[in-house]
Design a protein around this ligand. Sequence first.
Ligand SMILES: Cc1cc2nc3c(=O)[nH]c(=O)nc-3n(C[C@H](O)[C@H](O)[C@H](O)COP(=O)(O)OP(=O)(O)OC[C@H]3O[C@@H](n4cnc5c(N)ncnc54)[C@H](O)[C@@H]3O)c2cc1C
Length: 444
Amino acid sequence: MAPKDDVLDLEICIIGAGMGGLATALALAKQGFRRINVYEYASNLGFVGAGIQLAPNMARILDRLGVWADIEKEAVSLNDTSIRQGSTNAELGHVDLLYIKSLYGYSHMVGHRASLAGSMHDGCKREKAVKFIMSTTAGDVKSWGPRPSFTAVPREGEPYLVECDVLLAADGVKSTVRDQLLRLKNIDAKIIDTGQAAYRIMLKREEMENDPELLELIDKDSVTRWIGEKRHIIAYPVSNKMIYNISTAQPDQNFAAAPSAMYTTKGSKPQMMDVYGDFCPMVKRMLDLVPDGEVCEWKLRVHEPLPFWVHEQMALVGDACHPTLPHLAQGAAQAIEDGAVLAVALSRLPEVTPEAINKALRVYEEIRKDRAYALVNLAAASGRAMHLGEGAAKEERDRQFAALKEGKGPSPDKWADADVQKMIYGQDVMKNTEEQFDTIYARM
Ligand SMILES: Cc1cc2nc3c(=O)[nH]c(=O)nc-3n(C[C@H](O)[C@H](O)[C@H](O)COP(=O)(O)OP(=O)(O)OC[C@H]3O[C@@H](n4cnc5c(N)ncnc54)[C@H](O)[C@@H]3O)c2cc1C
């Protein structure tokens, strides 16, 4: 069903040009919306240097939005994943991932964040409908509806008021729109300290190629995870195997007492080497390649689930409403699903009234919320399983990993579990929204 002409004239403001904001803008433009303004605090999208898993549920959407081919060109398609004991490098579990393409239409790939975000950004720039207002912070929300408005604060120049028909807040894990909404509603959805922090590292191929064992790692089409008590390291090649991406999770020492606004810090290399001091020599040689002063540490914070994501003509998107631990590699994928579902839901509006907009946004929330929070919980559970110390639970986990090598049973590392993959990759959220919109909307 083609969207109505007056629906496509809705003025839509998006706060944040991260994974969720870019996907939302592009998805709206592809539905035919003509007036999409994206406000971004940063002066340019100098994307974080890190890798990212590109799961089939993300690829399916990006393909429809016309940007997957560019991302796929530089990405690495995975043959398998190997889960290893960090201290010995002994393989605990092994999962073949080649079947994913035939089951879900897309391979499981890994790539560079700059390529993912850059391709979505380029896709947006090709759309006349999308305008970026950079170096501009969205400040106070003055109205949530019927015409939402907020103060835009440019880095240079005077603040000004922005009004629109639909406000979409994709302002990330530190979302200030979310904070304002919670204050307004007197809801206390606390920041949860996960007690975990992550180092994110990118090694260049030339830094690894003189070490045959490390060269073998970057040359393999594989994700390797080394696990130990309360810690793990996950690594894979990106950018046509010119870069090896390493991300870790360990007990947080540096942020524990830091204010909750603090999310990244320059890490200390000696401290990092110490945290992984009992891991095998190969892993330590790999970590030791990181130049001093280039260790970046991220605090892993999540929030309590929110009772709602929508208020009047405003909706939260991505990490602003469902921040997650990275252990399932679905945070960006879920933000992109949000954008795609929002675009379909708004395109199906039967009329242009504030009530109808609110109902369409609530259809988005209903379709997305349980799924997104289920994955947040699974990511946390996967982290707990991987971080087990000695004892019966670890023995059972390692038995399950061993059975996996014979292709049997569940994977304790949940992103590599066939049933979890089916639940995540087997759902086409855009199609579901097309099919379910009328029924849910009628019930609102
Ligand atoms: C260690 C680690 C590894 C991860 N690995 C993966 C993975 O493999 N796969 C995966 O799918 N996900 C992964 N994720 C999760 C993923 O990065 C996030 O879930 C995703 O980036 C969320 O997108 P977002 O658009 O909601 O927020 P963000 O991408 O954080 O974007 C928010 C944007 O809003 C802007 N902004 C904020 N406030 C304002 C304001 N007031 N005004 C204007 N602009 C504003 C910011 O500058 C930013 O550009 C990982 C996360 C971590 C920490």
